[in-house]
Write a protein that binds this ligand. Structure first.
Ligand code: BES
Length: 647
């Protein structure tokens, strides 16, 4: 039996990244009919929205977000009557304003159907769009084109008109038709599949019908069209990928069921029925994306030894933090990412601790990941500048900033450290119990930072013996100030202590390595190391000046340049940074290859910058980018062009 999961519309709505107004109109159901042609890179779409009217206006307009959509018709699906509409352009896309004049004042729901065409790349708009269209050469199979979408943060509007804000969550249904060579998968459950259907004009297609009964925000509506195969991992987990990668992906993500169970034990029952993993072609610009029922991941996770599975754990935690309880706008993004990261690091440390190949206590393995997070935060703060407004945990996007520009290590790591700080005050058990309770309380809803703080205060009002509160009702603790944690720029108010013994071990070895020019080092000293420990070691070297000789000796010892350790993309990335900095010749070709074979932004943006720094006069970075530009997702290509000052 399906429980009714009614989302509460926001009482006070504030989301600077949308044109829509969900406190007046609230989407209750979305129905998509998409005819997708990957050969032509074209989507012909019809979206039907069922919208609840919450407030009646004099001159009523339903405003939807769009970007790069060619609208052909807006009508009432029940009568076929057209609605008049206008389009107003803005910074983050356009507002599709649909006039509801003439609608009876007693109507509680309005039905709107919009027909349109799009390439899904945002047209000429600088923010780009959700669609990554790949030519056959960019796929593993090499025969057929491929499409994947990435809608977080505000790219759903480039695939269909919608109230593109995480405050609006609705169930959806989708009917996807594709040429007969293809399969479609979506962030929903497949309910029907009809192969080789024939249209009136004689052309044939495959039809896939999906349903997502749990209300989701627009940014979680995603799809892939390509040559896809799958293999079962457990009753609810399956791996999807191109045929050539099925075996490798099955091995790498083979523990998924075990991870879901581990997260369930912390967060409560898993409600999404399926927990599949889809391993994308290499141009997927992110590490992973928590699409409901099916997490999308980069093939750079295929290390061959499951050493990068912490990413999978993070995405599974998102099934609660983000997908079940969603941030209400992109300023509150930390609620999705910071909370997920905190829980994921707990689970990851446990998984590593159980792995007999890895040495270290539970606390030291947790400390290791925490330390690496702090390194990434430090880098972000250095590159932005500590006074930059985007270094706040809750950035201010009210000037119409593109949320994707504001996201970075700060939302993740400052959020993580906030929870860790609360843990040092209240104890781990209490924080974990609180979070489980928070998921239960706010499931299917969207929450703001102030909702979070208010609920936290309310929860501990009854759970602590003598709680104290500030003038606005927030619970207070000695040495902890909400405003500093939430709104100050730069470093978080504190970096709570963690066990850094594994970090120190790696740093000490790095120091010895520098002092002795790596001459007394033996490979056995790295035995039992988790790949994260090797990364700390490389990072420690990167922060100093290493001679070319030293880098060469390390390469001989650990076979970092082309050896098996480099199959772990994080290790390869750090190694390349170190080797490029030392002008170690064999690494140059390796670096060019690394930015050619995959398009994960985290790696390519940095390596291109490094190439440009190392060869300031030569045009290696620019030439390589020019050659590769078409391989990348449109958003990655736009950011790289900016980084390399080609715009
Ligand atoms: N939800 C994010 C990915 C994302 C963030 C997409 C912002 C678009 C805008 C996902 O959970 C994530 O954080 N992925 C990381 C990997 C993770 C292990 C830090 C990534 O893609 O690198």
């Amino acid at each position: 039996m399906l429980k009714k999961r009614l989302v509460s519309p926001p009482a006070e709505f504030h989301d600077p990244s949308t044109f829509s107004n969900p406190s007046m109109y609230f989407t209750r159901h979305i129905s998509l009919e998409l005819d997708i042609n990957p050969f032509l890179k074209l989507i012909r779409g019809i979206v039907t929205l069922e919208v609840e009217i919450l407030q009646v206006e004099q001159d009523p307009y339903l405003v939807l977000d769009i970007r790069g959509l060619e609208i052909s018709k807006v009508q009432d699906p029940r009568t076929g009557k057209g609605y008049s509409y206008q389009i107003e352009n803005g910074k983050l896309g356009s507002a599709l304003k649909i006039s509801l004049a003439g609608m009876s004042l007693h109507e509680q729901t309005v039905h709107v159907r919009v027909s349109y065409n799009t390439q899904g790349e945002g047209g000429s708009h600088p923010v780009g769009g959700a669609c990554g269209w790949l030519s056959p050469e960019q796929t593993a199979g090499g025969k057929l084109p491929y499409l994947f979408t990435q809608s977080q943060s505000i790219h759903a509007r480039s695939i269909f008109p919608c109230q593109d804000t995480p405050s609006v969550k609705a169930p959806f249904m989708a009917t996807i038709s594709v040429p007969v060579e293809f399969r479609a998968v979506m962030s929903a459950l497949l309910v029907e599949e009809r192969r080789k259907q024939v249209r009136n004009d004689g052309s044939s297609y495959n039809l896939f019908i999906f349903e997502q009964n749990i209300p989701v925000p627009s940014y979680l509506i995603s799809l892939v069209v390509g040559e896809l195969e799958s293999q079962e991992l457990s009753e609810r987990c399956r791996v999807w990928t191109e045929p050539a990668m099925v075996e490798a992906a099955c091995f790498e993500f083979g523990q998924t069921e075990q991870f879901v169970k581990a997260v369930e034990s912390l967060c409560g029952a898993y409600v999404w029925s399926r927990c599949d993993i889809l391993c994308l072609p290499p141009s997927f610009p992110y590490g992973a994306m928590e699409n409901p029922c099916i997490t999308f991941v980069t093939p750079t996770l295929l290390a061959g030894d499951r050493s990068l599975v912490s990413v999978i754990i993070l995405e599974i935690v998102h099934c609660w933090s983000g997908n079940l309880v969603t941030c209400s706008n992109w300023q509150d993004f930390w609620l999705n990412e910071g909370i997920s990261l905190y829980l994921a690091r707990k689970v990851t440390a446990k998984v590593r601790h159980k792995d007999s190949r890895i040495k270290g206590t539970l606390e030291s393995l947790f400390g290791l990941e925490t330390y690496l997070g702090r390194v990434s935060l430090k880098q972000a703060l250095e590159s932005l500048g500590k006074n930059h407004p985007y270094t706040r945990l809750v950035p201010d996007l009210s000037d119409g900033a593109d949320p994707d520009d504001a996201f970075g290590a700060c939302s993740y790591e400052k959020g993580f450290n906030l929870l860790l700080k609360l843990e040092t005050i209240l104890g781990e058990m209490r924080i974990l119990r609180f979070l489980r309770n928070y998921f239960e309380r706010f499931q299917f809803q969207s929450v703001s930072t102030s909702n979070f703080v208010a609920y936290f205060s309310e929860y501990f009002r009854t759970n602590l013996s003598k709680p104290e509160f500030d003038s606005v009702g927030r619970i207070v603790f000695k040495g902890f100030n909400w405003d500093d944690w939430l709104f100050s720029t730069g470093d978080p108010p504190e970096y709570p202590q963690v066990d850094l013994s594994l970090v120190h071990e790696a740093q000490t070895l790095a120091q010895r390595c520098i002092e002795k020019e790596a001459k007394e080092l033996s490979a056995s000293e790295f035995e039992g190391w988790d790949s994260s420990q090797l990364i700390v070691f490389l990072d420690a070297l990167l922060s100093q000046d290493c001679s070319q000789d030293l880098v060469k000796r390390l390469d001989m010892l650990l076979r970092l340049n082309r050896g098996p350790k480099g199959r772990n993309a994080e290790v390869r990335f750090l190694w390349l940074r170190l080797a490029l900095k030392a002008h170690y010749e064999p690494a140059v070709e390796n670096a060019v290859e690394f930015v050619t074979i995959q398009g994960r932004m985290k790696y390519i943006r940095q390596i291109y910058k490094d190439l440009q720094t190392v060869f300031p006069k030569g045009s290696l970075a620019v030439n390589t980018f020019t050659k590769n530009r078409k391989r990348y997702h449109n958003i990655a290509a736009k950011l790289l062009a900016k980084d390399l000052k080609l715009e």
